[in-house]
Design a binder for this molecule. Structure first.
Ligand code: AMP
Length: 144
């Protein structure tokens, strides 16, 4: 199983932010779309950061109510770890574990073609375990 297969299942729609969007706007987009992090692209469509709900919580802790008026560029992580479409699930799990984050943008031909979350990996792992359990059950029935 690789990144390409996950994106094929979940679709490759990528919602993104601009660095100059407000944190209020970012919070609305995260909430409406029920997602935990958004890639940040500049006007040339280049990936320049990632903003997670954790960054907003940190901003609230550090700036209080005025956090909502901060810009995405004030809170985002600039050094984004990405993955390629042909990378294995194990590779990206390792990257997430090493970097202590739960989201990873996928890059193909220099552009973001999707974002994989820890939730997507959990979903795939559950499906895989269910498929294996069904196969074992069918095998046991066939042998009895
Ligand atoms: P997360 O666990 O993904 O919600 O994010 C935890 C922290 O890691 C936040 O500060 C994010 O901005 C940052 N982060 C999330 N994804 C990445 C990534 N792919 N590369 C670098 N930093 C990230």
């Amino acid at each position: 199983m690789n990144v390409k297969m996950i994106l094929k299942n979940k679709g490759g729609d990528v919602i993104s932010l601009r660095p100059e969007d407000t944190v209020q706007t970012a919070s609305a987009i995260l909430t409406t779309n029920k997602i935990g992090a958004l890639p940040v692209k500049n006007s040339a469509e280049k990936l320049v950061g990632i903003l997670s709900e954790r960054d907003i919580v940190r901003g609230l802790h550090e700036s209080g109510k005025s956090c909502v008026d901060l810009l995405v560029q004030d809170l985002m992580t600039n050094n984004v770890i990405t993955c390629a479409i042909e990378e294995s699930i194990e590779d990206i799990q390792q990257k997430m574990h090493n970097g202590r984050f739960r989201h990873i943008p996928v890059i193909e031909d220099g552009k973001i073609c999707g974002v994989i979350s820890q939730g997507d990996i959990t979903h795939i792992s559950i499906e895989k375990a269910q498929t294996e359990a069904n196969m074992m059950r069918e095998l046991a029935i066939a042998r009895s």
